[in-house]
Design a protein around this ligand. Structure first.
Ligand SMILES: [Zn+2]
Length: 280
């Protein structure tokens, strides 16, 4: 069995902020890692003041594709497949009404493309999303819905019979920011006399817990640097002094060196607790 992991993301930069250290770790261990990015991120705001220039805004799609290629290489993806849909933007905005926006493309048409990729790549592990609640960007919701359906459809010979031999994905996970992670790092930062970047995040959580989730924790000690470098490669989207970089890596590694994943669907008997390929 050749171990293989397929990560499905909505926009360029999501692959770097969600589970990048884990992919880097598996890539270094010899797992083939393939990235599918659904949209070009054309509706993204330029969040780095140094990059907020007219020529950047005019060429955002091609600049973001270059940033994505750079980030994917840093993380260790073997291949990047861009589906080429348009970024749907947020509800009630102009990009959201565009006929080629990811949310406006026929669901089964997008699903067939993913089924075809899965049947060709034959990954045991697929990363999708569980972002209905916390980050209701329409493109993220779409990836959530598609990845759940993909788990069933790729294995079903009667669905998309022209898209390749059926393939049973072993486990579908979603990278998640757990309450435990946010609270642990928040407490660590305050305890060491630093400001915590998680104040507002904790307010938004509003009593949420991780208890309803089946979680897998991947220790990415030694890989945080690569994940952050990948995020920094998204120069237009990421402020190098911003939120993502405010907890020093040595503090993260001392207090919560994990990326957390929610088990969404599985066909194996004993998934988890510290390996996405457990039971495969
Ligand atoms: Zn996104």
């Amino acid at each position: 069995m050749n171990p293989s992991l397929l990560a499905i993301h909505a926009h360029p930069d999501d692959e770097s902020s969600k589970g990048a250290g884990t992919v880097a770790r598996y890539s270094d261990a010899g797992v083939r890692c393939v990235l599918v990015t659904a949209t070009g991120g054309e509706a993204g705001d330029i969040l780095n003041p140094a990059m907020d220039r007219p020529e950047v805004a005019e060429n955002l799609a091609s600049i973001r594709a270059d940033e994505l290629a750079e980030a994917a290489e840093i993380i260790g993806f073997d291949e990047v497949i861009m589906l080429g849909y348009r970024d749907s933007g947020m509800p009630d905005t102009e990009p959201n009404a565009h006929p080629e926006a990811f949310v406006n493309v026929q669901f089964d048409a997008a699903l067939e493309r993913l089924v075809r990729i899965v049947r060709a790549e034959r990954p045991q592990v697929v990363l999708g999303y569980d972002e209905h609640v916390r980050y209701p960007h329409p493109d993220h919701v779409r990836v959530h819905d598609l990845s759940l359906e993909l788990f069933e459809a790729a294995a079903d010979a009667e669905r998309f019979p022209d898209a390749g031999e059926p393939w049973e994905i072993s486990s579908l996970y979603a990278p998640v920011f757990t309450v435990r992670r946010v609270e642990t790092l928040h407490t660590a930062m305050l305890g060491l006399g630093h400001e915590s970047p998680f104040e507002q995040w904790l307010e938004r959580l509003d009593g949420a817990t991780d208890e309803d989730k089946d979680l897998v924790h991947i220790d990415i000690t030694g890989f945080h640097g690569r994940a952050r470098d990948a995020l920094r490669a998204h120069r237009t989207q990421v402020d190098p002094d911003g939120f993502w970089f405010q907890v020093p890596i040595d503090i993260v590694e001392a207090h919560y060196p994990y990326e957390d994943f929610e088990l969404m669907k599985t066909r194996v008997d004993a998934p988890g607790p510290d390996d996405l390929f457990a039971g495969v």
